[in-house]
Every structure is written in C-alpha cells, then in structure tokens.
Design a protein around this ligand. Structure first.
Ligand SMILES: [Cu+2]
Length: 136
C-alpha cells in the first residue's frame, strides 16, 4: 500500500534519531562497574546492581544505582511480589548523592517473582522504574 512507502532507510534513520534523543540511549554503564542492569524509563534511566550480585533469599542485601536524566530530589526503593501482592518486611535506607545512590537493608524474604522498584522524584516529575527477578 502506498502510504507505507515511507519505509526502508528513511524510516530507519528517523527512528534512530528519535531513539538517540531519549535518555536511554545515552545512559552508559557507570564507570568502574562490571555487570549491573539497566531500566529505561521516560524521564530517567537507571543502572543498578545488587551486593551480593546474586540476590539471596531471606538475607539482607544492598543495591547501588545511578540515574541518567534530570536532577533528582528523592528516590524510594522497595521490593514487591506481584503474584502475592506484598512487599518487603524491611524499609531500606536510601542514600542519594546527586544522580547516584545506595539502598541498604533490603530483604526478599521468600522465593518467587520479585520486583525491585525505584520511585524517582524530581522537579521534572515522578517515575517508577521496575526491574524483575525470580528467586528460587
Ligand atoms: Cu510472597
């Protein structure tokens, strides 16, 4: 059909420009990091990694994170089990330094599917960045 003729290289180039304009494409792995995972949002993109790298069941762990995007005022970190509709039994202590931070004292107390949620707020808005992991 004629209206689909804007395809091929022209469309690909347009899409590439649109993607490059977002934060996600520009958010490189933080310096000195090996591993870690990226969560791309609309306003912010987060790199995060846990310590220890493999999240244990029923043992405290911490995370480090680094955000790309506009200035951040506050970051909340929580865990959520969507299948059981409950969170963690502990409230982690979050330390924020510019766009980087740590959250200490997290605990995923049972096996199953967990979401790690970064609740990011700043003058630009508020956004929840969610990563998912299954603990056995
Ligand atoms: Cu549960």
């Amino acid at each position: 059909m004629a209206r689909w003729r804007l395809g091929g290289p022209a469309l690909a180039a347009t899409l590439a420009l649109v993607l490059a304009a977002g934060h996600a494409a520009a958010c490189a792995r933080p310096q000195g990091w090996t591993g870690g995972a990226k969560i791309a949002g609309e306003l912010w993109t987060a790199w995060w990694r846990s310590e220890p790298a493999a999240i244990p069941v029923g043992t405290h762990f911490s995370i480090r994170f680094h955000l790309c995007g506009p200035p951040v005022g506050r970051v909340g970190v929580r865990g959520w089990m969507p299948d059981h509709r409950h969170g963690m039994n502990y409230r982690p202590a979050v330390t924020l330094n510019g766009l980087s931070g740590t959250a200490e004292g997290l605990m995923f107390h049972m096996p199953g599917r967990w979401q790690l949620i970064l609740d990011v707020r700043g003058a630009a808005g508020r956004e929840k960045l969610t990563a998912e992991t299954v603990l056995e």
